[in-house]
Design a protein around this ligand. Structure first.
Ligand code: MIC
Ligand code: SF4
Length: 649
């Protein structure tokens, strides 16, 4: 037995540790090997990277994908694509062209390397855990810093062993494994934790199936999810023509974990996440017979070759039910080309399925919104209210198996009743063609960066004031998502590189007067419930409120990425010291904080006065020493430019 046996998460962290002690909850800094960005967060990330004045990225590999903002209903998105392509060439970043596929799926297929660290400006970056990478989602600014050679800071996570045994039964698939975990642990259950998969059950899960599970681990709020790198990983890499990237990796014998969850795969059944939360789980059979208006298959969760082949085989010779619109948005060009070559694409087209690009598409509200009050079953990972683009849309999340059954029957239908399960083996060889990925030139000095008129300079925050007297602009309940704070969708996404324009939409789905009120009041505070800021990594959910003058968010608890983003942009994430604090504050209350800078330097308590009630409210924070400095100077960019973070081990 190894002397100090470690689980796989600890082993990879140890290999990459540059600062801090591996003690749960303590801030550590790790070296980042690879980065990925996507276009909706990428423009900001590269604008930020440019301000760091680093000529060429210092990572082993950085890839810029275009997969989110591809609906070009004006010049904005197309301009952003040109910016991204040129800035990538200038600074040594690979550029995956629009049409090549969704970042997470393509990264697993073509670039992921077991044992490496990957930082991505998208919350579903943990998809890479399916191939044994320690893959973490973050705001774009953290990715910019990592591209510049800086480490990534995070609290040392707890490691949860998710022990799988048994074999999935026909018509039950990887999606049901993660839905079962969400049922048990909830959307808060993974905060501060890495979900590490072990047990005999993993042997029969292919890399794409593992990637479905690690992808949607983001919905648990987990820091990341991780599978070992074993014979299954090896054959996947071989089939992707990348046998040389393989490295066997597993937990040491005798390794210990902070928690244990056991799942018997053989006992799972087809599940659904009901509106409007990924942890609102029910078995499909309970909803059998309920009419369905739309079925959407795709996204970074469920668009592998296997997933789409199961759909193609189950539907072969049939036509989509007359009451249903079936939309397919494949995850990568590799998959579509393979389906085209083996005839499955023709079979799917014949069913009447509506094909959209190999992009995020409907998952982020970029088209294909369901009808008013419409019921849509989607193989995606998020069903937050309004995210589909239809405010009262009823979105259910499920496996491709459950989705295809509904497309055929027009109602919720237990796929196990469809008959023989179409068996789909992983290909021995995938179709390999990387010409849609542009390699950066050796020397990018002469490349001219193209900046369209919609790309506006990045706003910077100022140093934190010692006295704040501002009003509570909004008070929310629990589980506020970044989709609530900074909505996405076809109308808003084109402004991702224009903070003044996008800030008009902050909280627009919750309270359409928010932006205007914030501006008139000269900024203010937001009061939130538990798990504030769950969901995406979009730093716009911090950056745009910062632009509107939000100085602090006071909540019962925060989601990891959003909290880090708030700090990065100089907004204080404060938690209530006791249960009464939240109840004491009302929207419109005027709050005064005195001696703020001194209290931040001195400890973790901040007391504010509520002018309306005259009462005092005690707030706390768990900011690391580095984060305090970042907050005091008004954000990570100011901190980095002032030479912060240079003293590293
Ligand atoms: C999402 O699934 O919510 C997104 C769109 O991919 C976001 C990123 C973004 O808002 O650009 C995410 O998951 O981080
Ligand atoms: Fe794209 Fe949806 Fe995946 Fe986000 S969750 S990266 S929007 S496919």
């Amino acid at each position: 037995m190894t002397k100090n046996p470690m689980n796989l998460t600890q082993k990879i962290i140890k290999e990459h540790l540059v600062a801090g002690e591996m003690v749960v909850g303590e801030e550590i800094a790790i070296r980042i090997d690879q980065t990925l960005t996507q276009d909706a967060t990428g423009t900001m990330a590269y604008l930020q990277f440019e301000t760091l004045k680093v000529p060429r990225v210092k990572t082993k590999l950085s890839v810029s994908y275009v997969d989110h903002n591809t609906l070009q209903s004006g010049f904005e998105n197309a301009d952003d694509h040109l910016y991204l392509q040129s800035v990538a060439a200038k600074h040594g970043v690979y550029f995956s062209r629009p049409g090549n596929g969704i970042c997470h799926q393509v990264n697993v297929e073509r670039f992921g390397v077991p044992g490496r660290t990957l930082l991505g400006s998208d919350s579903h970056t943990p998809t890479g855990g399916g191939i044994g990478m320690l893959a973490i989602g973050s705001g774009g600014l953290d990715v910019a810093v990592a591209m510049g050679g800086g480490p990534f800071n995070l609290p040392m996570p707890k490691v949860v062993e998710v022990r799988l045994k048994g074999v999935l039964r026909p018509w039950v698939s990887a999606k049901d494994v993660i839905l079962e975990l969400l049922r048990r642990l909830s959307v808060k259950g993974g905060v501060g934790k890495v979900m590490e998969y072990t047990g005999s059950g993993i042997k029969r899960l292919s890399v794409p199936q593992r990637a479905t599970i690690t992808n949607m681990g983001a919905e648990l709020g987990a820091t990341t999810s991780l599978f070992p790198s074993d014979a299954v990983t090896q054959s996947f890499l071989r089939a992707q023509g990348r046998a040389r990237d393989f490295r066997r990796l597993e937990a040491d014998k005798g390794a210990t974990y902070d928690e244990l969850v056991e799942i018997d795969l053989g006992k799972l059944e087809p599940l659904l996440a009901c509106p409007h939360s990924p942890d609102n789980i029910t078995p499909v059979r309970k909803l059998a017979g309920k009419p369905v208006h739309q079925v959407a298959i795709g996204s970074c969760t469920n668009s592998s070759f296997r997933d789409l082949m199961v759909v193609a085989k189950a539907m072969k010779g049939k036509v989509v039910h007359p009451n249903v619109s079936l939309v397919i948005s494949p995850g990568s060009r590799q998959v579509v080309e393979m389906l085209a070559k083996n005839g499955a694409l023709a079979d799917l087209i014949a069913t009447g399925a509506r094909f959209v690009e190999n992009t995020c598409g409907p998952c982020i509200g970029m088209g294909q919104s369901p009808p008013s009050g419409g019921v849509s079953i989607r193989t995606f990972n998020r069903n937050f209210e309004g995210r589909s683009g239809t405010a009262d849309g009823q979105i259910y999340l499920a496996s491709p198996e459950v989705a295809v059954a509904a497309a055929i029957k027009g109602v919720f239908y237990d796929p196990r009743k469809l008959g023989k399960y179409p068996k789909v083996d992983e290909p021995k060889k995938f179709l390999l063609d990387d010409r849609m990925v542009i390699k950066p030139p050796r020397d990018g000095k002469k490349v001219k960066v193209r900046c369209g008129p919609n790309i506006k300079p990045l706003p910077l925050n100022t140093a934190l004031s010692d006295r704040l007297e501002l009003e509570v602009l909004l008070k929310t309940g629990d589980n506020i998502t970044t989709d609530h704070i900074m909505p996405a969708g076809a109308k808003v996404l084109p402004f991702r590189s224009n903070i003044p324009a996008i800030s008009r939409f902050v909280f627009s789905g919750v309270d359409s007067t928010f932006a205007e009120r914030a501006k008139t009041a000269g900024g203010g505070f937001v009061v939130g419930g538990g798990n504030y800021g769950q969901g995406s990594s979009r730093e716009h959910a911090a950056l745009a409120p910062m632009y509107l003058g939000v100085k602090a968010v006071m909540a019962k608890s925060f989601a990891r990425i959003h909290k880090a983003n708030l700090v990065n942009f100089g907004i204080l994430p404060l938690t209530f010291a006791d249960n009464t604090g939240y109840n004491d504050l009302e929207q419109g209350d005027r709050l005064v904080i005195e001696g703020l800078r001194a209290s931040i330097k001195a400890g973790n308590k901040i007391t504010l006065k509520n002018v309306r009630s005259g009462g005092m409210v005690v707030l706390t924070h768990d900011l690391s020493e580095r984060q305090r400095q970042v907050i005091l100077v008004g954000g990570l960019l100011n901190y980095t430019r002032q030479g912060g973070g240079k003293k590293r081990r």
